[in-house]
Design a protein around this ligand. Structure first.
Ligand SMILES: [Zn+2]
Ligand SMILES: [Zn+2]
Length: 342
């Protein structure tokens, strides 16, 4: 099969690779769409550095050549699971939890201590075929387009963040970041909780315009004075800028909540005295749960036209290096989906 193989920073080669052989309880999936993500960009620019989880898994290290791609939609062609017979269209969660530990039993598969991920610690979907446990895939709802399903995995990350945010109807919410992640969080919030007043802050005017179309009540240029946002019930940092996490703790009202979504490259400075004195809750969110967030994201995509707003283009495998360069330069606003059959 044709595959985009990662050798190191700025070195991805289009190669012939053997079609993976599915094991017990696994499916072989013909890839129809494979999304490019900020994580792909990080690995392209700086090498694999995601999450200490990597060290805990035999596939870890990610040193040698590997097929990336963790946002996948495809058709099951071989199956060792009665739940997903051949022909089933599926979206992949990418994450492979143990399903057996205390956290997995709670449904919190995203923080399983034995978790690994297709496309990050094991071969992923930037190829014609991908294999993985059937339990890491969810069937598509009837009639959902392949392009829309192509953003289900990152949208599920936004849905998870929105659930973790604990917003209540009527809450005044400030969201830092209108990029891909911010957009997915905004969409999740809009569809999970009614009556929110959401202000989105970013420095990019076109991203703010998109945020308005996705349901932001107010958009604010991040370079302006933000003090009028003081008193928010909930402030979400989805830009990955450490100073904004600090700012979030300053803008939230006493008794309010701050949610850290972004992964800052540097440490954020937090005034614990201010947090304690005002009983401010600082919470975090990571990735998605397979059984709850991924089906919710698929439903949301079927009920809305989010995909029209968030899918940038569909490109062939050999476009990956140039696209990652474009993304690293901040020139792509939406999601680029790879169709390995092109
Ligand atoms: Zn991703
Ligand atoms: Zn587990």
């Amino acid at each position: 099969m044709r595959a985009a193989v990662y050798y190191g920073p700025r070195d991805i080669r289009l190669e012939e690779a053997p079609v993976p052989v599915p094991g017990t309880g696994e499916v072989l999936v013909e890839v129809l769409r494979s999304g490019l993500c900020g994580t792909d960009v990080t690995e392209w620019v700086a090498g694999p550095k995601l999450i200490p989880l990597h060290r805990r898994h035999p596939h870890s290290g990610h040193q040698g050549p590997m097929i990336p791609g963790h946002e996948m939609v495809g058709r099951v062609v071989e199956s060792d699971s009665p739940d997903l017979p051949p022909g089933t269209l599926v979206a992949g969660a990418a994450s492979v939890p143990c399903w057996d530990c205390d956290r997995c039993r709670e449904g919190r598969t995203n923080i399983c201590q034995r978790l690994y991920s297709l496309g990050l610690n094991a071969p992923g979907s930037h190829a014609e075929y991908v294999a993985g446990p059937a339990r890491s895939f969810v069937p598509l709802p009837e009639g959902l387009s392949i392009d829309a399903a192509g953003i289900a995995q990152p949208l599920a990350v936004g849905v998870h963040a929105a659930r973790r945010a604990g917003a209540r109807p009527g809450d005044c919410v400030v969201l830092f970041g209108a990029g891909a992640i911010g957009s997915f969080v905004l969409s999740g919030l809009r569809h999970l909780v009614s009556g929110l007043h959401v202000t989105v802050v970013d420095v990019d005017a076109s991203k703010l315009e998109r945020a308005a179309r996705l349901g932001a009540d107010v958009t604010v240029d991040g370079r302006s004075d933000l003090s009028h946002l003081e008193g928010a019930d909930l402030v979400i940092e989805a830009a990955g800028v450490p100073e904004l996490l600090t700012r979030a703790t300053e803008l939230v009202r006493p008794g309010g909540r701050v949610l850290a979504v972004g992964m800052p490259a540097r440490r954020a400075e937090i005034d614990v005295h201010h947090l304690v004195f005002n009983e401010i809750t600082l919470d975090t969110t990571v990735a998605l749960t397979i059984t709850e967030d991924l089906p919710a994201a698929l439903e949301l995509l079927q009920a809305t036209n989010l995909a029209d707003e968030l899918v940038d283009s569909v490109r062939p495998l050999d476009a990956i290096p140039a696209t990652l360069d474009e993304m690293a330069a901040g020139k792509v606003a939406g999601k680029v989906l790879i169709d390995p059959r092109l």
